[in-house]
Write a protein that binds this ligand. Structure first.
Ligand code: HEM
Length: 339
């Protein structure tokens, strides 16, 4: 039942925007003040966390490696699993970021009669993750149409591809279906898989519900509740927000304010949540360090400055005591010492 509270929170946010935006004079708050405050929170919070991570010292090489590391030139090594130079690290990071490679390698452990422990490949999380993230990205790219005038060619191209099936009027976007499906599957996984359900917290459910609310309010706006007046006023407001000259000239349906309020909440919440994995993946030392500790001497910046002390120096320092205690020395005491 850990999802009841986050679900109630999202419903409360919808009600706040719905009722709030109907109060005369409050449209400016929901259409301008809240979005700007949310963007500022997002930018400052995001930068702060990235800077904190970047400043954290990484005294040792800690890349995760799961393949043959570089040893001798005639032994074949795994360039992606145990990268030794920058280009191999870049290749590894690229596949991680674009294809979620570590999720692809996900396994499921199960205990069977015997007792026997088995591991098998489990690709569902990868599939749901890809479905959700690429749908989200496409939708955000398409939204640039609202903020930019004239609309850039690549946004039109994305829009064209996304509505290629030409179903309905206005035409249905494929990503509207896949984002909702992806979110339902990701939520379903947390309910169906016992282990995942056990470790799921309110802050795992909240972003799922919040983004679900954003998607559903967007879909309702596009296909069911919108009027033509709305879209012109919304575009004017969006361009105004982007150019720092915001104005709300006509009434806009509450569904838009609900959509925008949920997006603002997502932006403000982002830097303080697990959603920061978006920035974190780039800064993860287990991914972005080359596994070259046998090729390059890495000096821990925390180490105190230790001056070398050779055996000869040691003997020079303690020779007298050594001789006194019959400890053999390499170099005897000077002739007239001790007199
Ligand atoms: C996290 C960011 C956002 C997400 C995930 C999102 C999601 C969606 C979705 C799924 C739709 C349904 C139709 C479509 O796919 O285009 C939609 C429609 C819409 N969204 Fe968003 N949205 C976001 C941000 C915004 C922002 C910041 C604004 C305005 C300032 C906005 C304004 C609209 C409008 C006006 C529509 C209706 C579009 C139409 O009728 O063609 N959205 N949104």
């Amino acid at each position: 039942m850990k999802y009841i509270f986050p679900m109630a929170a999202v419903i409360a946010l919808v009600l706040i925007a719905w009722i709030g935006s109907k109060i005369p004079g409050m449209q400016y708050l929901f259409g301008v003040v809240v979005p700007y405050a949310a963007i500022a929170t997002f930018v400052i919070g995001f930068c702060y966390r990235v800077v904190q991570w970047a400043k954290s010292p990484v005294p040792f090489r800690i890349p995760t490696t799961c393949g043959q590391g570089y040893t001798l030139p005639w032994i074949k090594y795994d360039k992606l699993e145990a990268p030794v130079n920058t280009s191999q690290v870049v290749a590894r990071m690229f596949l991680e970021i674009v294809l979620f490679r570590s999720l692809w390698r996900n396994t499921k452990a199960e205990i069977h009669d015997g007792p026997k422990l088995t591991y098998e490949s489990s690709k569902w999380l990868w599939l749901f993750g890809i479905l959700f993230h690429y749908s989200f990205l496409t939708i955000v790219l398409r939204h640039l149409r609202l903020f930019l005038d004239p609309v850039p060619g690549f946004v039109l191209a994305v829009e064209f591809m996304d509505s290629i099936l030409q179903i309905g009027a206005p035409t249905m976007y494929l990503t509207d279906v896949t984002i909702v499906l992806g979110l339902l599957l990701l939520f379903g996984r947390r309910l169906v898989n016992r282990q995942v359900k056990y470790i799921s917290l309110a802050n795992d459910y909240f972003p799922l519900f919040l983004i679900f609310g954003i998607a559903v309010s967007g879909i309702l706006m596009r296909f069911y509740i919108r009027t033509d007046v709305d879209i012109i006023s919304i575009k004017r407001l969006a361009v105004g927000l982007a150019t720092f000259q915001p104005a709300i000239l006509t009434d806009i349906s509450s569904i838009f304010y609900i959509h925008l309020f949920l997006v603002s909440t997502l932006l403000a919440y982002f830097p303080y949540s697990k959603l920061m994995h978006m920035g974190g993946v780039f800064l993860s030392p287990t991914r972005n360090l080359p596994n070259n500790s046998r090729m390059v001497r890495h000096i821990n910046p925390w180490n105190p400055d230790i001056r070398p002390h050779s055996y000869a120096g040691y003997e020079d320092e303690f020779r007298e005591f050594m001789v006194e205690n019959d400890i053999p020395v390499e170099k005897g005491l000077p002739e007239n010492s001790g007199e």
